[in-house]
Each structure stands twice: as structure tokens, then as C-alpha cells.
Design a protein around this ligand. Structure first.
Ligand code: ATP
Ligand code: MG
Length: 419
């Protein structure tokens, strides 16, 4: 009887223990599931916020028309807005909204900041560009999208979505945008030294030094390196050219206009090439496939623009091909502003990098990382040599002044002896 009772007690205890164990396991399982679901959600949000997902030039994950196409009077996104500074001195109720960290402004504010669109900086295929001063004193460049261009609207949406997520010291920063009164505008940081094309072809009285040109090559390579290798998924520029390289007050270069996928560069066989005549990779023309190596080709063209100051639409590539036939061929087409003002070995070395970028087979062209590394090495050597030279000249001037001192002492001594 006692044994039977013991068995019952044991059975009940084991049952209770098993029940507790199962309940604990279920509880822990539920907690684990909830935690992982939260982590997954966070990871998705993070990747959505920082990754430009590009499909035919448009962010595939974002309904841009919903965000950009709404009139400016629509209720702004308060969560984003609260983290943004008020650049235009707004009252909190009508402070601009932001999209991917890029602030949205009204037409009226931009009209005021551009003095009723009178401060023209230039005009490209995208539309006119104006200089604007915002109430905080910050100077910006406003690019107005031509209102009759359907392609432009697509470019505009692509640019806002891409630039909002891409930030690098060698990329021209998008600080705002506007969709109001049927106008689409992009607001960029102002680059006070304008475009590299302007400096090379229109400003002959104030020519770029060789040191500046090498620095510019390095900055451009770093900007593209970020687009090709830093951004996830990577971004192909598609319209690299000296007009899209802008310079700041210290002559540091930044790459502009990525995300603006242009149409209509007409060719004999092909009517829908993107890019600018003179910079387009011949492989892209024959295959209609744009790759990172097509950007590398355009970079090669810019490198030779830096060396020769010959415009790509004035047979630059023909001259470069002829120059490539001998090791010192580049000397013949060197920008005359650089004659006697540069280290010719460095010029030849940069030309060798440029030639590799222009190789007719894409696989034989270097990656942007390889170009960057090669140019950085050159820049380091240049800095080291210039420092050594300035140390050497300091040493020489020290020796000269010591000799002068000794001469003075000597003449004083002799004059004293004669007295
Ligand atoms: N952020 C900026 N700061 C200063 N000037 C700028 C800025 N963006 C553009 N510009 C100037 O405005 C002019 C027009 O630029 P835009 O990019 O519209 O045309 P583009 O680069 O010449 O040609 P494309 O339309 O083919 O890109 C250029 O002269 C350029 O130097
Ligand atoms: Mg441009």
C-alpha cells in the first residue's frame, strides 16, 4: 500500500516537473522568437536606411512617387523632421520635411534664396543651376529640373533617393530638394571653385599646378571608390566627366551628378546610350552593358584631361593613343601650362595609369581600388620629395647664412688686427 502511494507521489512529482519543464521551454522559446523577430526587423530597417538599391536608376524599395510627388502642404514626416536642423529659419509648424536625411523645401523659400532665380551658375542638360544664400548664411547650389522633361523627373527621384544615403568627402553632398508648384529642384552644397572642366578649358590665366592635378586625380578616385566599393549595393556613376568634378575652396575635388541617369546620346548604331560623348566606353557602345569598368574608362579620360588639358571632344583619345606608342610620347601632348612646372616622371606614371583605364578589354582595366592605391602612392612620393626638397633648401640657406656670419666675423677680426 505504502509502495503504491510512493509510486503515485513519484508519478505526480515527475508529471509536475515535466509540466514545469515544458512550460519553461515554451516560455523561453517564445522569448527567443520575439527577440529574433525584433532583431530581424532592426536589421531590415537599418539596411533599408543605408543601402541605395538601384534598379534602372530608381530605388527599387521605395515608393518615391508617394514621397516626392505629394504636394508640399502635405503633412510632413514628424519622425524625420524632429532630427533635422531648421536651415531656413522656419517656425516649427511649417518646418520642411526630410527624406533620407535630405530636407524638403518649398518653392517660395528657394525663390527667395535665389533672388527670384537670377543668380545663374550655369546650365546643363538637367536644367539651370543657381547660387542661393539661405537665411543661416549657408551658400548652396540649386539645380532646377527642366519642367518639360519626363526623364528629368526620373533622374530627380533617383538622385534624391541615392544621395540621401550616400555620403563621402569626395562626393558633392545633396542638402535638400523641392517639389512644389510643378517644379523639381535639387539643392547641393556649393562648390566655390566650379567644375574641373571650367578650370581646365576656360580659366587659362589661373592654371592648375601639377600638385593640384595629382590631388584632384586622387580625390576623384576616392569618390568613385566609395561608389563602387563602399556603397552596398554598389553604384555606377555612368556620367563621369570633368564637368561633373567640382572643386571646393581648397581645390579639393568632389564627384557630382551620380544617380542622374541621362538618356539620348546619339550614336550611328545606338540611339539610347547614357553618358556624355567623348567619355563613353567603346565596350558599352558595342554591348549596351554598363559596368564599373565603363566608369573606369571615363576616369581614364579625365586623367588625360588633367595631363593634357585637351577636351575629349577635340580628339583627346586619338592624341593619347598616338602618345601611348612610346614611353615618353605623353611629353608631346602635355598641357603647355605644365611645361617646366612638373616632374615629367610623375606625369608619365599617371599617364601609364590612364592608359590602363582606357584598355580596350574591360577585364584588363584596373579596379577603382587599384587606381586609388596607385595614385595615393604617387601622391605620397610627391609629398615626400617636396618635403625633402624644402628641407634641403632650408639646409642650404642655413649653410649660406652661417658662411655669411663667418665672413662678417672674419672681416671684423681682420679690421681689428689692422687697427
Ligand atoms: N554644387 C555646385 N556648386 C557650384 N557650381 C555648380 C554646382 N553644381 C553645378 N554647378 C555648376 O553649374 C553648371 C551646370 O551644371 P550641370 O551639372 O547642370 O551641368 P553639366 O555638369 O555641365 O552637364 P550635365 O547636365 O551633362 O551634367 C556647371 O557649370 C557647374 O559648374
Ligand atoms: Mg553636372
Amino acid at each position: 500500500m505504502t509502495q503504491k502511494l510512493d509510486l503515485i507521489v513519484l508519478g505526480v512529482s515527475v508529471g509536475v516537473a515535466l509540466g514545469i519543464l515544458i512550460a519553461t521551454l515554451v516560455f523561453l522559446g517564445l522569448r527567443w522568437y520575439k527577440k529574433h523577430a525584433r532583431l530581424r526587423r532592426c536589421a531590415n530597417e537599418r539596411s533599408f536606411g543605408s543601402l541605395p538599391i538601384r534598379m534602372n536608376g530608381i530605388d527599387a524599395n521605395t515608393d518615391l512617387s508617394a514621397v516626392i510627388g505629394s504636394p508640399v502642404t502635405h503633412k510632413p514626416d514628424h519622425t524625420q523632421r524632429s532630427t533635422q536642423p531648421s536651415r531656413w529659419g522656419y517656425q516649427s509648424k511649417d518646418r520642411p520635411a526630410s527624406f533620407s536625411g535630405v530636407i524638403r523645401y518649398s518653392y517660395k523659400d528657394i525663390q527667395k534664396a535665389t533672388q527670384n532665380f537670377t543668380t545663374t551658375l550655369g546650365e546643363g542638360s538637367f536644367g539651370p543651376v543657381y547660387k542661393a544664400v539661405v537665411p543661416t548664411g549657408e551658400i548652396v547650389a540649386v539645380k532646377v529640373l527642366a519642367s518639360n522633361s519626363r526623364q528629368g523627373e526620373k533622374e530627380f527621384q533617383t538622385e534624391v533617393s541615392l544621395l540621401g544615403r550616400l555620403h563621402h568627402r569626395n562626393l558633392v553632398n545633396l542638402v535638400g530638394y523641392s517639389v512644389d508648384k510643378g517644379q523639381h529642384m535639387l539643392i547641393y552644397e556649393f562648390m566655390c571653385n566650379g567644375s574641373l572642366a571650367n578650370l581646365l578649358y576656360n580659366q587659362k590665366e589661373q592654371s592648375l599646378s601639377w600638385e593640384e592635378r595629382l590631388q584632384i586625380a586622387m580625390d576623384i578616385a576616392h569618390g568613385i571608390e566609395y561608389l563602387h566599393e563602399g556603397a552596398v549595393p554598389s553604384v555606377i556613376h555612368r556620367d563621369l566627366k570633368s564637368a561633373n568634378i567640382l572643386l571646393d575652396q581648397s581645390m579639393r575635388a568632389k564627384v557630382a551628378d551620380f544617380g542622374l541617369s541621362k538618356e539620348e546620346v546619339f550614336d550611328d548604331q545606338n540611339s539610347s546610350l547614357k553618358g556624355t560623348y567623348g567619355y563613353i566606353d567603346p565596350v558599352y557602345i558595342s554591348t549596351n552593358q554598363f559596368t564599373k569598368k565603363s566608369d573606369i574608362y571615363s576616369l581614364g579620360v579625365i586623367i588625360f584631361e588633367l595631363i593634357t588639358a585637351i577636351h575629349p571632344q577635340q580628339n583627346l583619345i586619338e592624341y593619347v593613343n598616338l602618345a601611348g606608342m612610346s614611353s615618353d610620347g605623353i611629353d608631346e601632348i602635355l598641357d603647355k601650362e605644365l611645361l617646366g612646372q612638373c616632374n615629367i616622371e610623375e606625369v608619365r606614371e599617371l599617364a601609364r595609369i590612364g592608359h590602363k583605364c582606357l584598355h580596350k578589354f574591360q577585364r584588363k582595366r584596373p579596379s577603382i581600388v587599384e587606381v586609388s592605391q596607385a595614385v595615393v602612392k604617387m601622391k605620397h612620393r610627391q609629398l615626400a620629395r617636396n618635403n625633402t626638397m624644402s628641407f634641403a633648401s632650408q639646409d642650404i640657406s642655413l649653410v649660406v647664412s652661417k658662411i655669411e656670419d663667418q665672413q662678417v666675423e672674419l672681416s671684423e677680426l681682420t679690421s681689428r688686427e689692422f687697427k
